[in-house]
Design a protein around this ligand. Structure first.
Ligand code: NAD
Length: 304
């Protein structure tokens, strides 16, 4: 992505949590931005009115809608997806249609339009239960859920198109992302759920013993990774995007309680959830060296 003012980008899923944070930053950098979003889990209100922003309300499963939206785009950020393990277990067909066939539409239109670079949002969910810690890019990919499987398929398709048609593709495997515009009522986003419940004085439920660990990354750093991915001319591949640190859910609760200024929270435990891995921690060495990615927002600063 050559950073020229007035240049147009397409952000699929731009009305969602991560997409809307990316759109805000792109507009701040003076890009013209088209968002393609069916508003199934994203919101119009996540996007501020801006003369350089065009919202195309449409579905990535609709090739014609993707073709319209991609017009004039020099870079494409593909975030639109059916997100979450539980949702994918409940409806694997929907998951596959949006995440696999939707991605194929985006790839086909990037190829046809000759758009410069493509940055695809992938997920640490492709790895499944970890075998080594931290998780490097070459860790075995054995997803535990339809969601992880469809994200892996989308990644592989993207990299195959890059090889076949010679355009640059960067797939970013996010670990646990948190930050503004994240829903507390959707697919197990533990930080906003805990904050919401804590502020309402409701008990927090931890699935399992709470000693499971996660690598939480602030959405500002995920936005940074997208910009680096788009700017990394000549680089194609898949990269882990996390903070490179991990914290147990029990510790997370303590940090959230401290950040809220409350003295304590009522915490209960439920059974572990299907499809949840025990531990997670990204090795971000490759993203550092090849994309120039450097996480900058720690949990203490980033917690709401
Ligand atoms: P989100 O649900 O907030 O955003 C997804 C957006 O895509 C929404 O605005 C939704 O309306 C849109 N969308 C869904 N189906 C669509 C369709 N068929 N056509 C057009 N638009 C559609 O989720 P998010 O957390 O912002 O996720 C963004 C991307 O990041 C996804 O690709 C997801 O797999 C990936 N990811 C997120 C996390 C995380 O922790 N949030 C972790 C790993 C990967």
């Amino acid at each position: 992505m050559t950073q020229e003012k007035g240049m147009r980008c397409l952000v699929t899923g731009g009305a969602g949590f991560i997409g809307s944070n990316l759109v805000k930053r792109l507009l701040g950098l003076k890009y013209e931005v088209t968002v393609l979003d069916d508003l199934s889990s994203g919101f119009r209100k996540n996007l501020r009115a801006d003369p350089r922003l065009t919202l195309v309300e449409g579905d990535v499963r609709d090739g014609k809608a993707v073709r319209r939206a991609i017009e004039g785009a020099a870079s494409v950020f593909h975030l639109a997806a059916s997100v979450g393990n539980k949702r994918s277990i409940d409806d694997p067909f929907h998951d596959a249609e949006v995440n696999v066939l939707g991605t194929l539409n985006v790839l086909e239109e990037v190829r046809r339009a000759g758009a410069g670079r493509l940055v695809v949002s992938s997920s640490a969910g492709i790895f499944g239960e970890l075998k080594t810690l931290p998780i490097r890019e070459d860790h075995p990919v054995e997803p535990d859920t339809p969601y992880g499987s469809t994200k892996l398929c989308a990644e592989k398709l993207s990299l195959a198109f890059a090889k076949l048609y010679g355009f640059g593709v960067v797939c970013l495997r996010y670990f646990n992302v948190y930050g503004p515009n994240q829903r507390f009522d959707a697919y197990g986003n533990v930080i906003p759920i805990f904050v919401f419940k804590l502020l309402r004085g409701e008990p927090l439920t931890i699935f399992g013993d709470g000693e499971q660990t996660r690598d939480f990354i602030n959405v500002r750093d995920v936005v940074q990774a997208n910009l680096k991915g788009a700017a990394a001319d000549g680089v194609t591949g898949a990269f882990n995007i996390g903070s490179g640190t991990r914290i147990s859910i029990n510790d997370l609760v303590r940090r959230i309680v401290a950040a809220s200024g409350r003295r304590a929270a009522t915490v209960g435990h439920g059974p572990p959830r299907a499809g949840d891995v025990r531990d997670s921690l990204a090795d971000i060495g490759t993203a550092r060296s090849r994309l120039g990615f450097e996480p900058a927002v720690g949990l203490d600063e980033g917690l709401p």
